[in-house]
Design a protein around this ligand. Structure first.
Ligand SMILES: CC(C)(COP(=O)(O)OP(=O)(O)OC[C@H]1O[C@@H](n2cnc3c(N)ncnc32)[C@H](O)[C@@H]1OP(=O)(O)O)[C@@H](O)C(=O)NCCC(=O)NCCS
Length: 325
């Protein structure tokens, strides 16, 4: 006999299998372009399609590897206000992907977060799932916040990885391990003896929001310049960002045996040109005493300050150049 899904309850919600009477409510929000915008379906999303979804779910065993199972997110009166789904990987059923949608009338009240939290509890505690993943469109702030509010880590930025509504879209891959989810305790410092780029980016985003609010400058933007050899290997590059009329060079690097061939100078000139295009009046960088302070001085940079013992026995010199408009 087919196993059924035992409903999950939260403070405000019930996650239960879809029922035939849910179809009109599903069609009502899935048909809205703002709801479909970052989702796999197109609008219009008529009632017949919602009915077909409900009928299809009635024929599926929840948890069957490789098959999506969609659940109703219902309020305390058992009115459907959204849906969420899960799919265990066909080749590795201990890994599960999830997705979720909340009707616009009920968004922004923490219900998406609550529903995902309940689903995670079931996946990790009842099903013993090892890892849960989710893909969010890079511009889908609401979805990303729901995932991050539930402890998901940003694991990767997938460039033009999905074709949606007539264009290639970037996605962010989110991952959460069962062990991490079980071990976390509110308020404790969760320590990692390494630097996880996704965590760094999350903290950068949060501090950037503060910085924008404090200064009114909301034009922060990165840049990257790369030089490759004939096979495609990166042999030199520059990365940094511009913000509020100032530019910063985080890293400028040229492969050892290609130094003194003009590559560094070209990359720095490209960064300065980008800074000018973006209306910056200065460009700043840090260079260790054993690196290249002289190189920058020759190119019009002057020392602003220098930090001793960074690292021990060396200095880091901060240099700046005024940029003509
Ligand atoms: C994504 C979605 C389910 C969020 O549901 P929701 O119930 O509105 O989300 P919540 O109220 O639980 O919000 C949780 C977090 O998201 C933030 N958030 C919600 N909507 C937001 C928005 N439009 N912009 C920025 N942040 C938003 C909340 O402030 C909260 O952040 P916090 O944890 O830092 O306080 C809902 O917007 C939706 O259905 N969107 C369309 C379908 C979709 O894109 N699904 C996801 C596909 S991966």
């Amino acid at each position: 006999m087919r196993t059924t899904f035992v409903p999950l309850t939260t403070d405000r919600l019930l996650l239960r299998p879809l029922e035939p009477g849910d179809a009109p409510a599903i069609a009502a929000y899935r048909d809205r372009p703002e709801v479909a915008r970052f989702q796999g379906w197109d609008t219009p999303y008529p009632l017949e399609r919602a009915s077909a979804l409900v009928a299809e779910m009635a024929s599926i065993t929840p948890g069957e590897p490789g098959v999506w199972f969609q659940l109703a997110i219902a309020d305390a009166s058992d009115h459907l206000i959204g849906d969420c789904g899960f799919c265990f990987r066909a080749d590795e059923p201990r890994i599960c992907e999830i997705g979720f949608t909340v009707h616009p009338d009920h968004q922004g009240q923490g219900l998406g977060r609550e529903a995902v939290g309940a689903l995670l509890g079931w996946l990790f505690l009842e099903r013993g799932t090892h890892r849960v993943v989710a893909y969010a469109d890079a511009d889908n702030t609401a979805s990303r916040r729901v995932l991050e509010a539930n402890g998901f880590r940003r694991e990767g930025h997938l460039a033009a990885s999905t074709w949606s509504k007539g264009q290639w879209r970037d996605e962010v891959l989110y991952g959460l391990l069962g062990d991490q989810w079980k071990a976390r305790r509110a308020g404790d410092v969760e320590w990692h003896d390494d630097l996880h780029p996704g965590d760094a980016e999350l903290l950068d985003d949060r501090i950037y929001e503060f910085n924008v609010a404090a200064t009114g400058y909301g034009d922060g933007r990165g840049y990257t310049g790369l030089v490759r050899d004939e096979r495609g290997k990166v042999i030199a590059g520059v990365v940094g960002w511009t913000w509020g009329g100032s530019a910063w060079v985080s890293t400028l690097w040229v492969e050892e045996h290609r130094r003194a061939t003009g590559l560094g100078q070209s990359l720095l000139a490209a960064a300065e040109a980008c800074a000018r295009r973006r209306g910056c009046t200065s460009i700043t960088l840090g260079s260790h005493s054993f690196q290249a302070p002289e190189f920058y001085r020759r190119l019009g940079y002057h020392e602003v300050c220098s930090v001793p013992d960074k690292p021990t026995g060396h200095r880091e010199v901060y240099l700046q150049k005024r940029l003509d408009p």
